[in-house]
Design a protein around this ligand. Structure first.
Ligand code: F6R
Length: 357
């Protein structure tokens, strides 16, 4: 039930801090260690390469997951769009583990890959919000998101739950492998929950930016580098699907290789800059677009005296910044859709779960 909320999407955005806390509870044992099935552990430990398969928003969560698994657990990881993988399978390693990420657990494109790789005799793990869903029943192992039902077509709390569960999996794998990490995931996810809470309490700031930047525009660019680029892709998808604004998530350094030709007077450019080692370069990319007339806003953890709009995020661990940077992006899409009189919870041409290939 959406209670006093005008839309499920807004309710689900607001639920994200509680979902983080629920995930901590579900995946924490009495000694504050991560609680995982031994079978899941050994499936991950025994693999020489992980293949993440997903669609849409779940694919975007997979991109963030890859980064965490490679950085913390040191297992090479590839992320594939399910419908592409089906028709264009890469060379597989000797001991692959397939991880299917799916909110609904019913996505036909992902299921087609699962059916195929099972025939080849490979192991599989599904990360899903729905216990008993097709992908959960048919895979060898399941990890649940514990996000509660997601009703709005645009996925929000499932994305952040997927990233949180992938973080726990990455840390647990590192621990079992004896890799020392200076990262207590339970504590860090707690910090994330508080940061999300602070952000959902700043809706007026985001609503104003949505009104100024997005109420009449035809297009919008989200730019970032590294994991910020992955969040940009998710931000663009959110905006496209509910406000029908043509949006693109773009790698900051790649703009000058062609796409910057599209920047004109007033084009909205939203930059995400949460990673210390690329902040300088993304800020120069923003300047390049502003010099060509862009209307630019920077989303980052530092408040600077530079002119232009900014959204300041609370500090969280550098691996987990997508969990907070995505929140204002979800709200931007939400308010843009409202200002443009779109049906937020039921956008045109889309269904909540896509059960055809
Ligand atoms: C976007 C969205 C879709 C889904 C995609 C995969 O907001 O909801 O892109 O993420 O259809 O769905 P699941 O995760 O159920 O496999």
């Amino acid at each position: 039930e959406k209670g006093t909320y005008p839309h499920y999407m807004l309710k689900e955005i607001d639920e994200q801090p509680a979902v983080m806390r629920k995930i901590i509870m579900e995946y924490q044992d009495a000694n504050d260690n991560i609680k995982l099935d031994e079978d899941v552990r050994s499936a991950v430990q025994n693999s020489d390469r992980i293949y993440i398969i997903a669609c849409g928003t779940s694919y975007h969560a997979g991109l963030v997951g890859k980064q965490m698994i490679e950085k913390m657990a040191k297992i090479p990881t590839e992320v594939h769009i399910a419908s592409e993988f089906s028709y264009n399978m890469p060379l597989l390693s000797e001991k692959p583990l397939f991880i299917f990420i799916s909110q609904s657990g019913e996505t036909a494109d992902s299921r087609a890959v699962l059916v195929h790789i099972k025939k080849l005799g490979h192991r599989s793990l599904t990360i899903t919000n729905v216990a008993g869903s097709t992908l959960s029943r048919e895979a060898d192992h399941t990890l649940l998101l514990h996000a509660g039902p997601e009703i709005a077509v645009a996925s929000t709390k499932a994305y952040t739950a997927q990233i949180a569960v992938l973080a726990l999996l990455a840390v647990d794998t590192a621990k079992v492998k004896g890799i020392k990490l200076d990262f207590n995931p339970i504590q860090e996810l707690g910090i994330v929950a508080n940061a999300m809470e602070a952000l959902v309490d700043q809706k007026d700031i985001i609503e104003k930016i949505a009104r100024d930047y997005l109420s009449v525009t035809r297009s919008c660019f989200f730019i970032g580098r590294g994991i910020d680029y992955y969040v940009c892709q998710e931000a663009a998808l959110k905006l496209k699907e509910i406000s029908y604004i043509q949006a693109e998530g773009f790698a900051g350094g790649e703009l000058k290789h062609g796409t910057i030709a599209l920047i004109e007077e007033g084009t909205p450019v939203i930059a995400i800059a949460t990673q210390a080692h690329v902040n300088g370069s993304i800020r120069s990319n923003v300047k390049e677009t502003v010099a060509r007339g862009a209307h630019a806003c920077i989303v980052s953890m530092e408040s600077t005296s530079e002119t232009g709009d900014q959204i300041v995020l609370p500090e969280v661990h550098e691996y987990l910044t997508p969990l907070v940077s995505v929140v204002p992006m979800q709200l931007l899409a939400y308010y843009a859709a409202l200002h443009r009189d779109c049906d937020v919870d039921k956008p045109r041409n889309l269904a909540k779960s896509v059960t055809v290939e």
